[in-house]
Design a protein around this ligand. Sequence first.
Ligand code: ZN
Ligand code: ZN
Length: 371
Amino acid sequence: MRIRAAVAEEQAKPLVVEELEIDDPRDDEVLVRMVATGICQTDSHVLHQRIPAPLPMVLGHEGAGVVERIGKSITDLQPGDHVVLSFQACGECPQCLSGHPAYCERTVAANFGGARFDGTRALHRANGDVNGHFFGQSSFATHALTTRRNTVKVSKDVPLETLAPLGCGVQTGAGAVLNSFALSEGDTIAVFGVGAVGFSAVMAARAACAATIIAVDVNEQRLALAEELGATHTVNARSADDVADAIKAIASTGVNYVLDTTGRPDMIAHAVSSLTMMGKVGLVAGAAPDASIRAADLALGKSVQGIIQGDVTPELFIPKLVQMYKDGIFPVDRLVSFYDFEDINTAFADAASGDVVKPVLRFSKGPESSV
Ligand SMILES: [Zn+2]
Ligand SMILES: [Zn+2]
């Protein structure tokens, strides 16, 4: 069938919205009509080829929509179901089998390869195939082909446009706190960098009853929003003489956890210095190549962990976040700003300038839709 998609044709060039042909779903695939999709920094990293992936490609990996058609072997989804899309994994490697699909051995091919695992592509135009299957979805399009594994059914009483970012940025921050750190009531945490991931970490820490939640950023407006969303303290990294000293002025011997979303060498060094004994730093951004950690600084039982996608199993974690939203303890709607799909390049620019925290594109319902 014909769809409209935003194609990343060339490195760093504006996306081009055009018509493509999409395959019918195979037996194990799901055709989803997109209602909304978030834009995440990883989309921009691939467009600029800071993360390698083949172009031309349809990007987008925070899709949310309505199931339109299902493959023959899928028994537990129905046309009309509301779904949030998440990352892709093989489902067969040791990490997948032990409940850690974010660390799938085939994660690069599954999410950045531009094709299904068998090398075929579902998106076509007159001059050939277009790379797709980005994070198992390529959600910058009116329709996407997903698999059962990365398609999460959600309740219909929450707007899909609010839930779209749950499948990557939001679960990354919330999962880091609730899974990787397993933060408990009374623990202390600092979050370095409050964008969509950092705000999600702050909200999750609040929901888990952390005693002290310190948001660190250089943007006063974002620090003010962090306080509204649960931060007990804020530190402006630009005006503080030393970020670690500022944190220890709040949390005496240091904090139990630091989540770094910046990847900056100076902030990663501050993160280790900000920890109390046996504290842990989580790194969720790609660290700058010159970022390093001195082994001697870990002597007091400290540890540093790289974290992908909050170490979540989306099928279990996303419904939990939806319930937390419905309970009023995870107000993800405070993070999103809406754009029409056709204004995708404006949304990219606003995200890059820091004007918006989480841009979400909305699709108008086309006449060809059956549900
Ligand atoms: Zn992402
Ligand atoms: Zn795997």
